[in-house]
Structures are given as structure tokens and as C-alpha cells.
Ligand binder design. Structure first.
Ligand code: HEM
Length: 492
């Protein structure tokens, strides 16, 4: 019986909906299973990430690529020229609708990352305004980050004290520290490095990020797969990981509600939001579920992206000892033994260029969060029907043939150094562009700069020959290097 139902589904998939809309962007022929197979085979056979696979297709079909993945038409844009048209048009600032996205937030459209129109505007405005109040983008952020860096250094000191060095697996090296800097701004709290719950949660998130992709998972393109094969289609992992995150956030929220004092000024985002919920000026889109969804968005958008950028950074610092030494010369010269602050960035162009090159290594392998056409519209003269999902493959802007970056796979911080200051080309856009641009840019840049500078100030990082960094890219929601180990030794 099951086989018969499966057979009917496959027949239906082959015959339904293979007709392209008029003047739809060019791409492979629309055969539902064929379309996805083409990508999967391409990816697997030559071991390419989705970003690389679609970049390759864009070479054949042009900068606006029309695909059909399972039941969903998807447009991928590629290259510095087309990205401006895409990012500056209000027609494309929607976010996709559907099971895959709504499952994250209890079947409703909630949060900032994957909502649009009035709810998104109201919530994003509120969060940006209040994050600034708690030091986001200002000097207070230096203190929060420095505190976290001290915890990381103390744990390294302790581990190194016996043998003079330590071998570390890069996989979880930055996880808790980065999450804490985010979490401190959101909830005013940090977690210990050994906190069992936090480590477990991180492992679940890492697995989730590796199993799915921003543009979907097998179960979202072929929804029947979640019944036939919940494990292989990614459905089980997706649900389990979200349940863990929900439980974690609900516990936090209960703690905040228990001790909330509406007569004192809130000191973190969660309390501010709760105060807003209690106020008479309460807007219609403000709810407790919305608060949980926003925390989840920031948690997910902010931790893995920053971690992976730092991992790319240290991968290349280990492989290029000369870059490490050059950075240390600048660090010693400017800091003279004290901890780095965000103000030092102006005096440390080489360190800043390392931050930019690390962001290019990450961004050049990433596809933006998917957008949605809010109405029937056009891009580069092609028709884009309302509700079509459209995303930018940032490889084109930061690693592609028209990007202007020579030898794009090589880690060369100097490419960002102008005469006296940094020189950043317009198409360097690791945080996206336009109204959907990343909300966490200041925090991400601050974390990458301060963590890297403070670590290089005190330690040398070396390759472990048995576990060297590989050169490929591990695909997932966000790109990252394959796991490797590093030998860390004190400099003095
Ligand atoms: C290296 C670190 C990071 C990189 C490279 C990065 C990159 C991006 C990109 C490319 C987008 C999508 C732009 C688009 O859809 O066109 C985005 C969106 C977003 N990011 Fe980040 N991000 C980073 C860190 C963070 C952090 C630390 C936070 C949290 C504070 C954060 C919060 C968000 C949010 C909430 C959005 C959605 C904005 C919206 O839809 O309006 N990101 N990010």
C-alpha cells in the first residue's frame, strides 16, 4: 500500500506544474525530480556546496537563474551588477511563506528574520532602538565583549598551565563565548563554559545548521517525505532542534517574568519587551510569542554566522603564519599589553583588514536569507510572479569573476588596505544590502575584531599535522570550514 501511495506521488510530481511562467528567468528544464536531482548530483559528485553549484549554473544561464526545486520556483541572482537592482527594490523585501518557515514559530509568522510588511517593520524598529540603548554599537559593547574574552582567556590559561600548550578542536572553540555576548544583550545573562544545557543546545544547533539549508530542506520541497522518511528528509532534526530552543527560551522568559520590576528601568532587551507588553501603549504586533520568536531569530542568525567567520579567520591564520606575525606586530605596537577596545579599530588597519577578509571568506560562500516577491514584478527584464522566492548568491559579489577580487580563494588581508585607511569596494556585502540588511553587523564585527586581537595578543596558533584545516567548505544554513584542530601556545 505504502509503495502504491509513493508511486502515485512520484507520478504526480513528474506531471504537475512543470510549465514555466512566461518570461521566467532561464535555468535548467523544469522536471520536478530532475531539477532537484541535478543540483544534488552536481553537489555530491564534485563535492560542491549549494553556493558553488548555483554559481556554476549561473555561468551557463546568466546572473538571474530560474530554478524549480521540488514544488517551489526559486530565483537565484548572482553578481555585483544585479545585486543592486535586487536589494534596492521594495518589491523583493518579503520573506517566504510556508510550512518550513512557520514550523519554527508554532505555525505562525513571527519574529523579524522571516516576517515582512508591518509586523516586521514594527518589531525590527523596536529591537534596533532598544539594543542601542543597551550598548549595541557603543562603548558598552566593548565591556560586554571584553568580559567574555577574559573568561575564554582564563580557561585557556588554566588548560595551558601544565604542558605549556593545548590542542583545541575548533568546532566549539568560540561557541559559548559568542552566544554569551548575544545573550547578555538580549537577557542580561551569560552561561558558564561547562554549562551542560548550553553545550547540549549548541550541539543540537550545530547539527541542525548542517542538516538544512536557508532555502529549504528535502521535507519542505517534497512535503510528503516528512511522513515517509522523517529522519532523511531533515524533518525530525528540524523539529527536535526547535523544541530544544523553544524550551530553553521559555525557561528564560519565565525567569524574567518572575523577577520583572516595572518600577525600575529595564537593563536588557527581554525586560524591555515585557515592559512594553505591560504598557498601555502596547502595539498590536507585540506578544509573548513574538518576543520568543525574536530571541530565537537573533540566537540563530547571530551565533553560527559569527562562529563560522571566526573559524574561517583562524583556519587562514594557522595556514599563514606570516599574517599572524604581522597582526601581532600591530597589536603589540598599538595596545602595549592592554586589552583591545573597539576604538582601537581606527589605529589597527591590518587587524581590520583581517576581519574584512574573514567576512569575505564567509560571505563569499553564502546565500542571503531568502526573499519573496511581494507582487508580480520584474528583475533584469524577466518576469517574477508574486510570492516567488528569490535569494542572492553572494559568491558573485565577493569571489566571482566580476567581483574585482583577484585570486579570490586566497586569504589576503592586504587587498583591503588603501593608502592610509581601509579601502572597501561597494560589492563587499557580507551583511547583505538594502532594507533587509543584517541587524547584527556591529556586534558581529566587534566580536570578530576583539576576539581575534585579544587571542593573537597572548597566543600563537599552529597547525596540528594530524588534523589540518581542509580547503573545502562545509555546507549548511551557513558555510564554514571543515573541522580542524589547532595547537595553542602562549607567546610570553
Ligand atoms: C558574521 C556575522 C554575520 C553575517 C555575515 C550576517 C549576514 C547576514 C545576512 C547576509 C543577512 C540577510 C540579508 C538579506 O536577507 O538580504 C542577515 C540578516 C539578519 N541578521 Fe545577520 N549576519 C551576521 C551576524 C548577525 C548577528 C550577530 C545578529 C544578531 C544580532 C544578526 C541578526 C540578523 C537578523 C535579525 C537578520 C534579518 C534582518 C531582516 O530580515 O530584516 N546577524 N545577516
Amino acid at each position: 500500500m505504502l509503495w502504491f501511495v509513493l508511486f502515485l506521488f512520484i507520478v504526480a510530481l513528474i506531471y504537475i506544474n512543470t510549465e514555466k511562467p512566461k518570461n521566467f528567468p532561464p535555468g535548467p528544464r523544469w522536471v520536478p525530480l530532475g531539477s532537484i536531482l541535478l543540483q544534488v548530483l552536481n553537489k555530491k559528485s564534485i563535492n560542491k556546496s549549494l553556493t558553488e553549484a548555483t554559481a556554476e549554473m549561473s555561468k551557463n544561464f546568466g546572473p538571474v537563474l530560474g530554478l524549480k526545486v521540488g514544488k517551489d520556483p526559486i530565483i537565484i541572482i548572482y553578481g555585483p551588477h544585479i545585486i543592486k537592482e535586487f536589494s534596492t527594490s521594495d518589491d523583493f523585501i518579503g520573506r517566504p511563506i510556508g510550512l518550513y518557515y512557520n514550523l519554527r514559530t508554532w505555525g505562525k509568522r513571527l519574529g523579524i528574520l522571516l516576517t515582512d510588511e508591518e509586523v516586521w517593520q514594527e518589531q525590527k524598529r523596536f529591537i534596533v532602538k532598544h539594543l542601542r540603548k543597551f550598548g549595541y554599537g557603543s562603548n558598552n559593547m566593548t565591556f560586554i565583549l571584553q568580559e567574555e574574552i577574559k573568561y575564554l582567556s582564563d580557561s585557556l590559561e588554566e588548560a595551558i598551565s601544565n604542558s605549556g600548550y593545548i590542542i583545541c578542536d575548533i568546532r566549539n572553540f568560540f561557541n559559548v563565548g559568542i552566544l554569551n555576548t548575544l545573550w547578555k544583550l538580549i537577557s542580561g545573562k551569560r552561561y558558564g563554559y561547562e554549562d551542560r544545557y548550553m553545550v547540549e543546545l549548541q550541539n543540537i544547533l550545530t547539527k541542525l545548521f548542517k542538516t538544512i539549508h536557508m532555502t529549504g530542506a528535502p521535507f519542505s520541497h517534497f512535503p510528503f517525505l516528512k511522513y515517509i522518511s522523517p529522519e532523511m528528509s531533515g524533518y525530525k532534526c528540524y523539529i527536535d532542534a526547535h523544541i530544544s530552543v523553544w524550551n530553553f527560551l521559555r525557561n528564560e522568559l519565565q525567569c524574567h517574568k518572575r523577577i520583572l520590576n516595572l518600577n525600575t528601568d529595564p537593563t536588557n532587551l527581554m525586560d524591555t519587551y515585557l515592559a512594553q507588553l505591560n504598557s498601555i501603549e502596547n502595539g498590536t504586533s507585540f506578544t509573548e510569542a513574538q518576543l520568543l520568536a525574536i530571541c530565537m531569530d537573533m540566537f540563530m542568525a547571530g551565533s553560527e554566522t559569527t562562529n563560522n567567520t571566526l573559524k574561517f579567520c583562524f583556519q587562514h591564520l594557522i595556514l599563514n603564519q606570516d599574517i599572524q606575525r604581522k597582526a601581532q606586530l600591530e597589536i603589540d605596537d598599538v595596545l602595549r599589553g592592554r586589552l583591545p577596545t573597539l576604538e582601537d579599530r581606527l589605529k589597527m588597519p591590518y587587524m581590520e583588514s583581517i576581519v574584512s577578509e574573514s567576512l569575505r571568506m564567509f560571505g563569499g560562500r553564502a546565500i542571503t536569507v531568502p526573499h519573496r516577491a511581494l507582487k508580480d514584478t520584474k528583475i533584469a527584464g524577466f518576469n517574477v510572479p508574486k510570492n516567488t522566492v528569490i535569494a542572492a548568491n553572494l559568491h558573485g559579489c565577493m569571489m566571482g569573476p566580476d567581483s574585482g577580487f583577484k585570486n579570490p580563494e586566497c586569504f589576503v588581508p592586504e587587498r583591503f588596505l588603501g593608502k592610509d585607511k581601509l579601502s572597501i569596494p561597494d560589492n563587499f556585502i557580507p551583511f547583505g544590502l538594502g532594507k533587509r540588511r543584517c541587524m547584527g553587523e556591529s556586534l558581529a564585527r566587534a566580536n570578530i575584531f576583539l576576539f581575534t586581537a585579544a587571542l593573537l595578543q597572548n597566543y600563537n596558533f599552529f597547525m596540528v599535522p594530524e588534523h589540518p584545516p581542509g580547503m573545502g567548505v562545509a555546507d549548511g544554513v551557513t558555510p564554514g570550514p571543515f573541522d580542524f584542530k589547532t595547537k595553542i601556545m602562549k607567546r610570553y
